[in-house]
Design a protein around this ligand. Structure first.
Ligand SMILES: [Fe+2]
Length: 278
């Protein structure tokens, strides 16, 4: 059996090549996606929240999230530096290619700071599309996920484990150890994977915390994993660009997501949807 490989690219590579590789392997790493300054800004905004995040010190076998890992969500509000990353042109090109065939527009699905501490076990392999299990795998593309490396990701510090090609597997097929590989990437890289690809955080056998930010995107007619609307205070929403508002999903998808901005008052600065007359 050939060794499992995660295709690797740099920011200067043609997004069409990255898309083709993502189609084939179900995952890809792109280096140089954000600068050291952007990284430092994200750390400065996230770390105070992560410092106070509750986490388990001992594993309960039934837990989806391993002990010694921390998570915070609501990053559009809590971490302004993430907003630019959520609109990254490479991410947009990949989402356009993989999601637009199945929808009119796609939305930000979940935002989270995920850090893996010393001694954390590996996470059970799963698919981001598992909440949509009314449809058997392999499913059409519903979700694309990305993980930004705010610190280097290695095989030893909790680098995300993936089973390349598993987005095409039939229901019930379990990944052998030889079919999984850790995403190793320097700070500033982003790992992309399709919602059908088996993956999970790796174990951390080092003495350092591994810092990552997950941003995922889903078809505009699906229920988002994160309730972006409740995670966005009015004054934050009012400050966002129209493009980011659209990506968060406050705008309509066809006839779905009807709203009347007059209900919330002027703070949200939303325009009337086109099918709502005043
Ligand atoms: Fe996941």
């Amino acid at each position: 059996m050939s060794k499992a490989i995660i295709p690797a690219f740099s920011i200067s590579d043609n997004p069409a090549e990255i898309s083709a590789s993502l189609d084939e392997a179900g995952c890809a790493v792109v280096q140089g996606m954000f600068s050291e300054e952007q990284c430092a800004q994200m750390r400065a905004e996230l770390d105070p929240h992560l410092e106070h995040a509750l986490y388990a010190d001992e594993d309960q076998t039934a837990d989806f999230y391993p002990a010694k890992t921390k998570r915070i969500t609501g990053l559009v509000a809590r971490c302004p530096a993430v907003r630019e990353l959520a609109m990254h042109p490479v991410t947009t090109a990949l989402c356009d290619h993989h999601l637009l065939p199945n929808c009119e527009k796609y939305n930000l699905h979940v935002t989270a700071g995920l850090i893996v501490g010393p001694g954390a076990r590996s996470q059970v392999l799963h698919r981001e599309e598992d909440p949509f299990d009314y449809f058997p795998v392999p499913r059409p593309n519903l979700v694309i996920a990305s993980m930004a490396a705010l610190t280097e990701f290695t095989a030893d510090n909790g680098g995300t484990l993936l089973a390349p090609g598993s987005h095409r597997w039939q229901q019930g097929r379990v990944a052998e150890d030889s079919e999984t590989v850790p995403a190793e990437m320097p700070q500033g890289s982003m790992l992309f994977w399709l919602g059908g690809t088996l993956h999970g955080a790796g174990a951390n056998i080092t003495q350092d915390w591994r810092h990552g930010v997950i941003l995922s995107y889903s078809l505009g007619w699906l229920r988002q994993e994160e309730n972006q609307y409740l995670n966005l205070p009015d004054d934050v929403l009012a400050d966002l660009s129209d493009e980011l508002k659209d990506r968060i999903g406050v705008t309509m998808h066809g006839s779905l997501g009807l709203y009347d901005p007059r209900v919330r008052g002027s703070k949200s600065q939303m325009s009337l949807p086109k099918n709502l007359t005043s």
